[in-house]
Design a protein around this ligand. Structure first.
Ligand SMILES: CC(C)(COP(=O)(O)OP(=O)(O)OC[C@H]1O[C@@H](n2cnc3c(N)ncnc32)[C@H](O)[C@@H]1OP(=O)(O)O)[C@@H](O)C(=O)NCCC(=O)NCCS
Length: 197
C-alpha cells in the first residue's frame, strides 16, 4: 500500500510538484479534454499551464498540498479574480499553450467568471489527487485546513466543477449545487457553494 504524505501549506517551491499532481488528476476531466482534445499533448500542456496559473494563487498563502499526491489551490475572499496585470502577463503564454483551442479556453473561462457570486467567499480554483492516491480520503484532507478557516470566519466556500464524477465527493463534504451553465458543444460547468458550519 502507498503511504500518504502529510498535508502542508503549499509554498512557491512546491508549485512544480503540485502542477504535476493536478495535471495527472485532471487529465480525464471533460473540461480539460474540451480545451486540450489531443490525448498525446494534453498532459504536458496542462502541467505547464497549471504551473503558470496556480503560482499567483499559491502566493496568497491559503493553498495546501500533500507532496506528490494532492493539492488544493485556493484564493481568499476578494481575490477570486487574479489582478488584471497578472492576467495580461500570463495571457500570451497561456494562449500559446492552448493553441488553436484558445476560443474553447476562453469559453470555459468566461462561463466560470460569469457564475461567480458577489458574496465574499474562499474560492477553490483547482483540486486534485494523483490517481495513485485517490479514494483514500486525501481530497478531503487537503481541503480541511481552508474549510476550517471558512467555518471559523463564517465565510462561504465556492468552486466550479466540469466533471459530474466528483459531485458526490463535494456533496459529502458540505457543498451544494448553486447553479450550472452548459457550454454549447462542451462541458457543463456546475457551481458549488458551501455555507460555514
Ligand atoms: C475528486 C477527488 C479530489 C476526491 O479525492 P479523493 O481523495 O479521491 O476522495 P475520497 O477518498 O475522499 O472520496 C472518494 C470520492 O471521490 C470521488 N472520486 C473518486 N475518484 C474520482 C475520480 N477519478 N474523478 C472524480 N471523482 C472521483 C467519488 O465521489 C468518490 O466517492 P465514492 O467512493 O463514493 O465513489 C479526487 O478523486 C480527484 O482528484 N479526482 C480527479 C480530479 C477532480 O475531479 N478534481 C476536482 C476538480 S473540480
Amino acid at each position: 500500500m502507498i503511504r500518504c504524505p502529510p498535508v502542508d501549506v503549499l509554498t512557491p517551491a512546491g508549485v512544480p510538484d503540485s502542477a504535476g499532481v493536478l495535471a495527472r488528476a485532471l487529465v480525464d476531466d471533460p473540461g480539460w479534454i474540451y480545451v486540450f482534445p489531443d490525448d498525446r499533448t494534453r498532459l504536458p500542456r496542462m502541467t505547464r499551464l497549471l504551473e503558470l496559473t496556480i503560482a499567483p494563487y499559491v502566493d496568497m498563502g491559503v493553498s495546501y498540498a500533500a507532496a506528490g499526491a494532492a493539492a488544493a489551490i485556493w484564493a481568499p475572499p476578494g481575490k477570486h479574480d487574479l489582478p488584471i496585470t497578472t492576467q495580461l502577463r500570463l495571457f500570451p503564454r497561456l494562449a500559446w499553450l492552448v493553441g488553436r483551442r484558445v476560443r474553447a479556453g476562453l469559453r470555459v473561462f468566461s462561463a466560470m467568471s460569469a457564475g461567480t457570486p458577489e458574496e465574499p467567499h474562499h474560492y477553490l480554483s483547482v483540486l486534485g489527487v494523483d490517481p495513485a492516491h485517490q479514494g483514500k480520503g486525501l481530497g478531503a484532507a487537503v481541503l480541511a485546513p481552508t474549510l476550517a478557516r471558512c467555518d471559523d470566519a463564517r465565510e462561504l466556500a465556492w468552486l466550479e466543477s466540469t466533471n459530474p464524477k466528483n459531485h458526490t465527493f463535494y456533496r459529502r463534504i458540505g457543498f451544494e449545487v448553486a447553479h450550472a451553465t452548459a457550454i454549447p458543444g462542451g462541458p457543463t460547468v456546475t457551481f458549488f457553494a458551501r455555507r460555514p458550519r
